[in-house]
Design a protein around this ligand. Structure first.
Ligand code: SAH
Length: 234
């Protein structure tokens, strides 16, 4: 896999600060090697290493990469089980909004305790149809439910970023999102997450974020999360 290097802006020649240059040396990258650069807005380009030294590195940028309509890194939606047909609606719209994977969750204030194999198959068909309709090349995976406590850690060491939508939070997803790695969005059941659940997720590196000052329905919140990302233009 091509190494991804974060830059401030996409220009023809980019000078990397010492920290990022050290990263290139650790990866044993040399002049002539190809890397992929990305900025906070999720724009990406091919680049060739021109020089690497102790106090910086120089990259020459090539073509911007946006061949397929996929987000710069995969976005996973981890969503609590919901009643009736609501999950199908969430999977359909999430697929249109660019999700790479939907991980179903069981949570403390669950609306539904579990989901049958048939219903899961139906959700997968919904994802396949929606993917085709939005002219995507990939079909998002829909994964059988796991308990919220089994959601993996994110951030430092673990890599990637995670965001949990929580009523009353004030942090903003679009200000924190930097595409440094894969993105996991977590959205709760109608009864909301318990304080312990939110504390567990934040201890695992997830940022608790707001979706505005109104309380959204459990089937609306995932779309507000993904819509915020889609509206950045990625
Ligand atoms: N019963 C809860 C609300 C649950 S809303 C309460 O009264 O607090 C269902 C889920 O949608 C929540 O778990 C959260 O993940 C998300 N959500 C709804 N509105 C939100 C908002 N304004 N900001 C952040 N998350 C929100």
């Amino acid at each position: 896999m091509t190494h991804r290097v974060r830059v401030e802006a996409l220009a023809e020649l980019v000078t990397l600060p010492p920290g990022e240059a050290r990263h290139l040396r650790v990866l044993r990258l040399r002049p002539g090697d190809l890397v992929r650069v990305f900025n906070r807005q999720g724009r990406q380009a091919e680049a060739t290493v021109e020089r690497v030294h102790d106090f910086g590195a120089l990259l020459r940028l090539g073509a911007e990469v946006n061949a397929t309509p996929e987000t710069p890194t995969p976005v996973t939606l981890a969503v609590a089980l919901l009643k009736g047909d609501k999950l199908a609606d969430v999977v359909r719209a999430s697929t249109e909004l660019g999700v790479a994977r939907v991980q179903l969750l069981t949570t403390r204030h669950a609306d539904v305790p579990d989901i049958g194999a048939q219903k899961l198959e139906r959700l997968r068909r919904v994802a396949a149809e929606a993917s085709k309709q939005s002219r995507r090349a990939v079909v998002p995976e829909v994964l059988a439910p796991i308990p919220l406590k089994e959601l993996q850690a994110v951030g430092e060491g673990a890599g990637g970023q995670g965001f949990v939508a929580h009523v009353g939070s004030s942090a903003r997803l679009t200000e924190l999102l930097d595409w440094s790695g894969s993105v996991t969005l977590v959205s709760g059941p109608e009864g909301g997450f318990s304080d312990e659940e939110v504390a567990l997720l934040t201890s695992r590196g997830y940022h608790a974020v707001t979706l505005g000052r109104r309380v959204l329905r459990a089937e609306t919140a995932p779309l507000a999360l993904l819509g915020a990302i889609a509206a950045t233009g990625v």
